[in-house]
Design a protein around this ligand. Structure first.
Ligand code: SAH
Length: 397
């Protein structure tokens, strides 16, 4: 077993059970891609068993903080079974469920989503990659399913020195799957969809949106960054009269249209715009269009803190435009899934947008990722998705 020694004073984060050690905190030691190493203090005391990522700034990711635990096949089965057992106790109104959420489930770099009878997984770290075959077998064993599709095509693989990898890892057949979320039928393609196929993390916010549309009697809805129209279906389910879905992906919009029909809503009341959101918001303002509810669920503008400043301007801009497009009394659902933007900073950005738009807002609710995307108390980086639900009122002059 190879050993990696951290610099004196840099052992604190592992001692606090934060699972990462950065390159700059390492005094000595080397290992191969994904190899299990013993991480120790400068004077040789055990800190963690970890996987080595020789090409990444995040040089090691801890598997276990227990010196007596062995990192072997049985270890991965235990962790996977644990993760699945917790999901079984959570209130999840869908058969689309995140079964393994990386660091939060003690399996750094591993993402596994279940869509009905199909598993879709991302192996994003050198350690997860190294144990891929073992993990794949255990996932089938623990779920009783037979199909596992790999979607290891996220750009973060490059930082690990890993090439993209996609395709059936276990089983085969059609890649199109239908799930039922809050009773809505939603289809996705594990091979073609974004990430593993769908954005399960917004499940609870889509329900809150449907409920809010109903409760406030909101009629005209604008769903920005709609992807396959999850929030659009939610809007119709809540009783909206008209919904516009905007996304820059044609195939996503096609699916959004199909979802509206499939769930029994009026296709003619659904407008789809294959366009850039920022430009669309500006054009709509000029045309004098107004909405009673707007969703802003953009992609990650700031993957890390170093992107935060530019991302903040981009967030502020779309939030300002959306607040201007809303009728007084209308409701904005605004989100950021950027790990590099803290909840506090996001709130400040939206506040700035409100000032510029000369509107005031009541924060009606705050949202986060659905509970099958858990965050642990030792890994604050897990708090990536935050949402604010705001009721617009004109700022007092
Ligand atoms: N709200 C969706 C998830 C949104 S993911 C849901 O509930 O499922 C972000 C979406 O933004 C993706 O579908 C992507 O195609 C789209 N997108 C990215 N940049 C865009 C841009 N500049 N204009 C419009 N859409 C964009």
């Amino acid at each position: 077993m190879k050993t990696i020694t951290v610099r004196e004073g840099k052992e604190r984060s592992l001692q606090r059970r934060h699972p990462w050690v950065f390159e700059g905190s390492i005094a000595s030691g080397k290992a191969d891609l994904g190899e299990t190493v013993r991480v120790q203090t400068h004077d040789g005391r055990f800190l963690a068993w970890a996987a080595c990522s020789p090409h990444s700034q995040i040089r090691v990711r801890a598997w276990s903080f227990d010196e007596t635990e062995r990192i072997d096949s049985a270890f991965f089965l235990r962790r996977i079974e644990q993760a699945i057992a917790i999901r079984a106790r959570l209130p999840i109104a869908s058969d689309g469920v995140r079964l393994v959420h990386g660091e939060a489930d003690g399996l750094p770099g591993l993402i596994v989503d279940r869509y009905g009878d199909t598993l879709s997984a991302q192996f994003l770290s050198a350690g997860a990659e190294r144990w891929k075959a073992t993990i794949a077998d255990h996932l089938l064993k623990a779920t009783g399913l037979t199909r596992l599709y790999e979607r290891s095509d996220a750009t973060s693989r490059e930082l690990e020195g890993l090439p993209p990898a996609t395709g059936w890892l276990r089983g085969d057949g059609p890649t199109e799957v239908t799930i039922r979320e809050h009773g809505w039928q939603l289809s996705l393609d594990v091979a073609e969809g974004h990430k593993t196929g769908y954005y399960l993390d917004q499940r609870d916010s889509r329900k809150l949106f449907a409920d809010t549309v109903r409760h406030f009697g909101l009629q005209r809805v604008l769903n920005c960054y709609s992807y396959t129209g999850g929030f659009s279906v939610a809007a119709f389910a809540g009783g909206a009269a008209q919904v516009a879905s905007v996304d820059s992906s044609g195939p996503a919009l096609e699916r959004a249209r199909a979802h509206v029909l499939r769930n029994g809503f009026d296709d003619a009341a659904h407008e789809t715009l294959d366009a850039d959101v920022n430009q669309t918001l500006r054009a709509m303002l000029q045309e004098g269009r107004r909405f009673d509810a707007i969703v802003l669920d953009p992609p990650k503008f700031a993957p890390t803190v170093s992107h935060a400043e530019r991302a903040a301007r981009a967030y502020k801009d779309i939030n300002r435009l959306a607040l201007m497009l809303l009728e007084p009394g209308g409701v904005l659902f605004t989100f950021s899934c950027s790990g590099g933007i803290s909840p506090d900073l996001f709130h400040k950005i939206v506040a700035g947008a409100g000032l510029d738009a000369q509107v005031d807002g009541l924060v009606y609710a705050r949202t986060g990722a659905a509970p099958d995307h858990p965050m642990t108390i030792t890994f604050p980086e897990g708090d990536y998705l935050k949402g604010l639900v705001i009721i617009k009122r004109q700022a007092p002059r």
